[in-house]
Ligand binder design. Structure first.
Ligand code: NAI
Ligand code: NAD
Ligand code: ISE
Length: 336
């Protein structure tokens, strides 16, 4: 069975995902696209040589009879309405992070999915499909580290545009770590605090950069994450899990080592597209295979909701400077 897919939002990542489904993955075909910027949608159809119809809006695309599944890759504030539309139409939907920009929006999606009676939503938390994180997860689950005690992590981007403001360090950037550590440690958060070191001169006025986010989990694991989005030198994701019996470090992406001009060096990647390219492939192949098999797995609406709850508290902690409590409601049996 070929899964016929419609893409809502053909910007940077929408085009990337359409390209990989068309050129690299198996079992999926892009048959429909839409974007508020219709020219952008048409340009992507042309660039990728797609046989896809360009729809006027996302809801019309969702309703199309030849669309089996939907990819939501438009701007964050539009995600909730399209995911709800797909659920109402009984169609599987892959939604880029964030699932919704508020925890309340995520809750609406959970209620609709439970009402529909089966899982239809996969959230774009692609780190769960990264081979390095998977090795760490296996080591932790297999008991190699003993009990996990601490995590030291960093999420660094070379630069961000003017529209990137202080809370986006949480909702746009840290959101990946907020999901990853719940999954890696099989735990939930109970508190958050954010502190601001001296500001880099490379950050524009509206963003405090860098930031250090400190989290405590229900099991008592302490996590510190440096978010530094104008670090200049590259896109760099670091993670050490410190356990009772040893430490596991996230592997560096594979790269050539140079001995040249009196230096020993490795290239550092410059953006998330390169760093998580293979993870995006595995993530979307899992979605396509899940739709074909009638069984959606991977990061769920509940995971999107949990990250949003923690994210909202982190933003509160940015503003208050205090240690803020994170309260997670009980997980419905529907989400295992
Ligand atoms: P972008 O701005 O390049 O693309 C968004 C596209 O959506 C634009 O073409 C825009 O015209 C379109 N759009 C906006 N509202 C729309 C609407 N109501 N209906 C149809 N189209 C609409 O943004 P980008 O970087 O591609 O990000 C898109 C999403 O992907 C965001 O949610 C972002 O958080 C997520 N993302 C995830 C990444 C990851 O690592 N998983 C990496 C980058 C982005
Ligand atoms: P982008 O701005 O390049 O693309 C978004 C596109 O959506 C634009 O073309 C815009 O015109 C379109 N759009 C906006 N509203 C729309 C609507 N209502 N209907 C249809 N189209 C609409 O943004 P991007 O960088 O591609 O990010 C898109 C999403 O992907 C965001 O949610 C972002 O957080 C997420 N993202 C995730 C990762 C990741 O690592 N998982 C990386 C980048 C972006
Ligand atoms: C972007 O939207 C992503 O999701 C990337 O993975 C992240 O590293 C970056 O900071 C975000 O802006």
């Amino acid at each position: 069975m070929t899964v016929r897919i419609g893409v809502i939002g053909t910007g940077m990542i929408g085009e990337e995902h359409a390209r990989r489904i068309t050129q690299q993955l198996t079992g999926g075909e892009i048959v429909a696209v839409t974007d508020v910027n219709q020219e952008q949608a048409r340009a992507v159809v042309d660039r990728l040589g797609l046989e896809a119809k360009v729809y006027e809006d996302g809801q019309a695309l969702i309703q199309a009879a030849d669309v089996d599944a939907v990819l939501v890759t438009s701007w964050g504030p539009t995600h909730e309405e399209y995911v709800l539309g797909a659920i109402a139409a009984g169609k599987a939907v892959f939604c880029e992070k964030p699932l919704a920009t508020t925890a309340e929006g995520c809750r609406h999606i959970i209620d609709a999915e439970i009402e529909a009676g089966r899982r239809l939503v996969q959230v774009g938390f692609m780190r769960r499909y990264d081979s390095g994180y998977r090795m760490m997860k296996d080591a932790i689950d297999g008991g190699q580290l003993g009990e996990a005690l601490m995590v030291h992590a960093a999420h660094r981007n070379p630069e961000v545009p003017e529209r990137y403001v202080t809370p986006m360090a949480i909702h746009d950037t840290l959101i990946h770590e907020l999901d990853t550590f719940r999954w890696l440690l099989d735990d939930d958060y109970q508190s958050a605090q954010v502190v601001f070191p001296r500001k880099t001169r490379h950050a524009h006025d509206q963003v405090a950069d860098p930031q250090i986010v400190m989290l405590e989990t229900v099991k008592g694991v302490r996590i510190d994450v440096e978010v530094f989005v104008n670090c200049r030198y590259g896109y760099d994701i670091q993670c050490d899990v410190v356990g009772e019996e040893g430490i596991a470090r996230l592997p560096e992406p594979q790269s050539l080592q140079f001995r040249q001009a009196g230096r020993l060096s490795n290239e550092i990647l410059q953006d998330w597209k390169q760093r998580f390219s293979e993870a995006f492939d595995v993530e979307l192949q899992a979605f396509i295979d899940g739709v074909a098999a009638g069984r959606i797995e991977g990061p769920s609406s509940w995971d999107g909701y949990a990250a949003a709850i923690a994210g909202d508290v982190c933003v509160k902690a940015q503003e208050s400077g205090a240690i803020e409590a994170i309260e997670m409601p009980e997980r419905p049996a529907f989400y295992g």
